[in-house]
Design a protein around this ligand. Structure first.
Ligand code: BES
Ligand code: ZN
Ligand code: ZN
Length: 497
């Protein structure tokens, strides 16, 4: 499907005409459609579209002045002056749903805000985001029309090319995440994640790989313990994108469990297959770095991912085992299914030791409890710094990847006290599962680092269609972190705090 943003309505060579209007712009519909359909039909559409609220879409099948059947769709953008990037991208997603089974050429005419060129870019971005499908393993391909090209023809609302290029780079990162998350665990295994990481070298990203031997030497027994039950290798991979080495960098850390069977504390079989997505944190780190490099953004970011698989075998770690982490803190593995925090404990400590970042943000599908707390709408945010939490929250709002802050309070510390080691990997209190997991991570973060933890266990995947993604992987986090990193780079001229 080709989507064209154009000033002049050329109904003769379009299969669908879309008019996007604010609630006070019905005259715009008339102006645009007069060249296409007769006055009576124009009036009919105007009447039908009175009080067309945000995200409401009306469809009309009419005969054009040339006697050709034409499909006209009017999409409501809401009250003039109230639209945002998030609301317009969402509208783009709804427009895609309205046209996905339609013809190949779609023309869009919009009159939403003063910054029409930006609005056009956001609409195009929303349409493209929603059009992503994964049909690699289907022998007969999905029938809906994929968007193959978005172009702009002449004036009125030309797409802001710079904005569109930026959004395209970000989308490439988000699509990579969706693909990695959707691929089954027999394909998206640690070696495959390593291969994808190494492929980013061509974009100017430096990739460092720690294998089992290297990790043993560094004393990374927390992550190594998790991988012991698997026949697949364990890796710690660092991806560096730095445009000015004299400036500080932001560190992103990701949980990369290519499958989480739970280990000896095996998960119930129902929905266990969903645990192929337990590498989403790592995928988001990779996706963000890819999009930063594609944009050639001036910034310094290092991504560190702990990649392994939580399986069962005679060599698997047992509940009750004690491991000495790289930080030398000892951990009692009370539950082998709380493995993500073990992986992150070493990944966070290594990132601190090796890269000394002032800001660190980790992403992980860490707890099922976050779904109980927030459902699929908000990801859980934990932070040891109010400004960092605020900045992340506002980036989330502006791109529509929403965060809700939960407490990191010393009163929860007692829940992870162990009888025989420094700490244990599950809380003994009832409830607050996402908080005790975050409290565990905090044990490995020096107070000098501004740190945030984002629990994406319930936002990385949705069983229902969302505004910008179909049922399945969402790619949540890539757009959010791009916005956060871009704002930091812009406002401070550097990435330091
Ligand atoms: N990967 C899971 C968390 C998860 C659950 C992600 C559902 C996505 C959907 C994590 O490793 C885990 O198993 N957490 C346990 C912790 C418990 C043992 C304290 C959980 O949430 O049940
Ligand atoms: Zn687990
Ligand atoms: Zn897990």
């Amino acid at each position: 499907m080709e989507v064209i943003f154009s000033e002049t309505i050329r109904g003769d060579d379009l299969d669908v005409v879309i008019v996007v209007v604010s609630d006070d712009a019905l005259h715009f519909i008339a102006d645009k459609l007069r060249s296409l359909i007769d006055e009576k039909s124009v009036e009919y559409i105007q009447t039908a579209c009175k009080e067309l609220s945000y995200n409401k879409i009306k469809k009309f099948g009419l005969i054009s002045l040339d006697g050709k059947y034409i499909e006209i769709i009017v999409a409501g953008a809401g009250k003039r002056g109230t639209s945002s990037r998030a609301s317009i991208e969402k509208l783009g997603g709804y427009i895609y749903d309205a046209i996905k089974s339609k013809g190949a050429k779609v023309g869009i005419y919009n009159d939403v805000e003063s910054e029409l060129d930006r609005v056009a870019a956001y609409l195009a971005s929303g349409i493209a985001l929603k059009s992503w499908v994964f049909d690699k393993y289907k022998t007969s391909k999905v029938s809906e029309n994929k968007v193959t090209n978005i172009e702009c023809q002449s004036c009125c609302a030309p797409i802001n090319q710079e904005e569109f290029a930026k959004l395209t780079a970000i989308r490439d990162g988000a699509f990579l995440v969706r693909e990695m998350v959707t691929e089954p665990a027999n394909i998206m295994n640690p070696d495959k994640i390593l291969e994808i990481s190494l492929s980013l070298k061509k974009l100017g990203i430096k990739v460092t790989v720690l294998k089992k031997r290297d990790m043993e030497k560094l004393g990374m027994n927390a992550i190594l313990g998790v991988g012991r039950g698997s026949d697949n290798p364990t890796y710690l991979i660092a991806l560096e994108y730095c445009t000015d080495r004299t400036k500080d960098r932001i560190a992103l850390v990701g949980k990369g469990l290519t499958f989480d069977a739970g280990g000896i504390c095996i998960k119930p079989s129902n929905k266990m297959g969903d645990m192929k997505g337990d590498m989403t944190g790592a995928a988001v780190v990779i996706g963000v770095l890819k999009s930063l490099a594609l944009q050639k953004m001036k910034t310094n970011v290092v991504g560190v991912i702990g990649v392994t698989e939580n399986m069962i075998s005679g060599g698997a770690q047992r509940p009750g085992d004690v491991v000495v982490s790289m930080s030398k803190k000892t951990i009692e593995v009370d539950n082998t299914d709380a493995e993500g925090r073990l992986v992150l404990a070493d990944a966070i400590w290594y990132t601190h030791k090796k890269y000394r970042p002032k800001i660190m943000i980790d992403l992980a599908t860490l707890t099922g409890a976050i779904q109980v707390a927030l459902g699929h709408e908000f990801a859980g945010l934990f932070a040891n710094d109010d400004d960092l939490a605020k900045d992340l929250d506002s980036s989330g709002t502006s791109v529509g990847e929403k965060l809700w802050r939960l407490p990191l309070h010393p009163s929860y510390e007692k829940d992870i006290k162990s009888d025989i080691a420094d700490i244990k990997n599950v809380g003994s209190g009832r409830g607050a599962g996402s908080i005790t997991a975050a409290m565990f991570l905090k044990e490995f973060v020096p107070d000098t680092i501004k740190w945030a933890h984002i629990d994406i266990a319930a936002t990385e995947w949705d069983a229902k269609d969302r505004a910008l993604s179909k049922r399945g992987a969402t790619g949540f986090g890539v757009r959010l972190l791009n916005d956060f990193i871009e704002r930091r780079s812009e406002s401070r001229g550097e990435t330091s705090s």
